[in-house]
Design a protein around this ligand. Structure first.
Ligand code: ADP
Length: 490
């Protein structure tokens, strides 16, 4: 029970309340033990009666000692205060208890310099007295004294009557602390409980975003939880898509292989041309499956970051030139020209083979989609801190809705468009751009695609091919210090 936030909060509040109560009680008791109510009252009475008897005109004048004595004796009998009047010479003029002998007080000090407030004094027998002294108009001094009472703690508390209100205040504080603990623990734990429920729901595949509430720290956790949940969902979705795509893309060629091999086995394909066609299809589908498996392995290695990217200096102009040259025979076969606009040299740092793979994929796609007689342009432009490579073709372009997704794994624009028999074993599986994107990212670069548009006669823009842009960072220019070092070496 003590493990709950509410119980702990209440316990700490209760301890705090009790601690404060204890400290204030001890302080109060110390004060009361030193100044119990009867003593405080005695101080007051001594002060009041000495003032009254020395300053009031209506009281018996000192000239009439008998009347004064009667008045003093009346007060003495009521309040147990002994009054003595001392002449300036020190001799006793009047005493409310003449039978009790000389007063046990510092009479000389009181005569010389009467204290302004009542004082304490210990007599020769060790008894504690409280006395007040005031000079009378005729020069004599009125001394009022009374022994200081000794009280037990119980008497003090009884006199003061503090015990019950203090206990009541303590109980009220504990009740308030309990309410506060309930409210505070609810405020903190309610969103945590919702979070726990959401986590359980997530475990069974259901999740609705959490409402961000509670203390700011808990709000922060809720926000982080929502973000994490979204990522987990996205990753689960992509895993599901991945498995669905892999199984679908493997099933298609496998069915094809199965069908044609069956035709050979059961003699349905018995003519030499039929046999050749079946063998060709089996070969091309097997080749496609092989490529797909290789690409999948590559994606998996990129994901696991077990591919070591080389970071060596390379000339991008030379690399692009080599890629373009590599596609020249294929392009001329399709009557497509590849034009390159390259600076003389663009020095960057990166993995030559991997970057060649990116541009090979882009030019390969451009060739796949370019109509015969068209031109593919490869432009390389050095900008401020990066170099931009554009691969432009005059093909059908990419539908706007697909532009965002073509870098996703297995994403293919209108599968039928890319699975035409004409492409044979070269048919892709929608992994080329995903791999390219990972490679560019590993080089701290960016890859994106857009459509070229040109106005038609009707005035509406129509796609005029696609442009794939790869931005790669240029190496930082050497610092002044490095320049200086180089010059001194030279
Ligand atoms: P694949 O290996 O199947 O070619 P990619 O990842 O390279 O897959 O391309 C993904 C999709 O993008 C393909 O379905 C293709 O239709 C589309 N695509 C890629 N390049 C072009 C282009 N130059 N013109 C039109 N569509 C393209």
């Amino acid at each position: 029970m003590l493990h709950s936030l509410r119980a702990r909060l209440w316990l700490s509040f209760a301890l705090l309340v009790l601690g404060v109560l204890c400290i204030t009680s001890v302080g109060l008791l110390v004060y009361l033990a030193r100044n119990p109510a009867p003593v405080r009252l005695l101080y007051l009475r001594l002060e009041i009666y000495t003032t009254i008897f020395t300053q009031s005109d209506r009281l018996p004048p000192a000239k009439n000692p008998d009347k004064l004595l009667t008045a003093l004796q009346r007060v003495d009998s009521n309040f147990n205060i002994r009054f003595s009047v001392l002449a300036s010479t020190g001799s006793l003029v009047a005493d409310s208890r003449p039978d009790q002998g000389a007063i046990p007080l510092p009479t000389q000090a009181a005569l010389d310099n009467p204290p302004r407030t009542p004082q304490e004094f210990r007599d020769s027998r060790g008894r504690l007295w409280i006395y007040a002294a005031r000079r009378m108009p005729d020069g004599s001094v009125l001394v009022a004294s009374s022994p200081r009472v000794r009280l037990t703690l119980a008497q003090i508390l009884q006199d003061e009557g503090y015990l019950i209100p203090m206990a009541q205040a303590g109980l009220a504080a504990l009740a308030i602390a309990l309410l506060l603990a309930i409210w505070l623990s609810g405020w903190i734990s309610a969103p945590l409980r919702t979070m726990a429920q959401a986590a359980h729901a997530m475990a069974v595949g259901k999740f609705t975003p959490l409402k961000v509430q509670g203390p700011s720290e808990v709000q922060e956790v809720s926000r982080a939880f929502n973000e994490m949940a979204q990522r987990v969902q996205a990753s689960q979705q992509s895993q599901r898509d991945f498995i669905a795509n892999v199984s679908h893309d493997l099933k298609t060629p496998l069915t094809s292989i199965q069908g044609f091999s069956q035709a050979i086995l059961d003699g349905t394909a018995n003519q030499p041309e039929d046999l050749k066609k079946a063998a060709q299809i089996i070969h091309s589908e097997a080749e496609r499956m092989n490529r797909m498996v290789l690409e999948l392995l590559e994606i998996a290695r990129l994901d696991a970051r077990i591919i070591d990217f080389e970071h060596a200096p390379l000339d991008l102009s030379i690399l692009i030139d080599q890629v373009a040259a590599q596609f020249a025979p294929q392009a001329s076969q399709k009557e497509i020209s590849i034009r390159t606009n390259l600076p003389l040299s663009v020095k960057i740092t990166g993995d030559k083979d991997r970057l060649a793979q990116v541009f090979t994929n882009l030019v390969d796609n451009a060739l796949k989609f370019s109509p015969p007689g068209s031109e593919i342009q490869i432009n390389v432009e050095v900008k401020n801190q990066y170099v931009e490579v554009q691969v432009c073709d005059r093909g059908p372009g990419i539908p706007d809705a697909d532009l965002e997704r073509i870098f996703d794994r297995f994403y293919q624009v209108e599968k039928s468009r890319t699975t035409s028999a004409s492409q044979g074993s070269r048919r892709g599986v929608g992994l080329g751009l995903a791999i390219s994107s990972e490679i560019v990212k590993a080089h701290n670069g960016v890859i994106r695609a857009y459509n070229q548009t040109a106005p038609l006669n009707a005035g509406l823009p129509s796609p005029q091919g696609s442009v794939f842009v790869v931005k790669l960072p240029l190496p930082a220019p050497p610092s002044a210090a490095q320049n200086k070092k180089r010059k001194t070496n030279e």
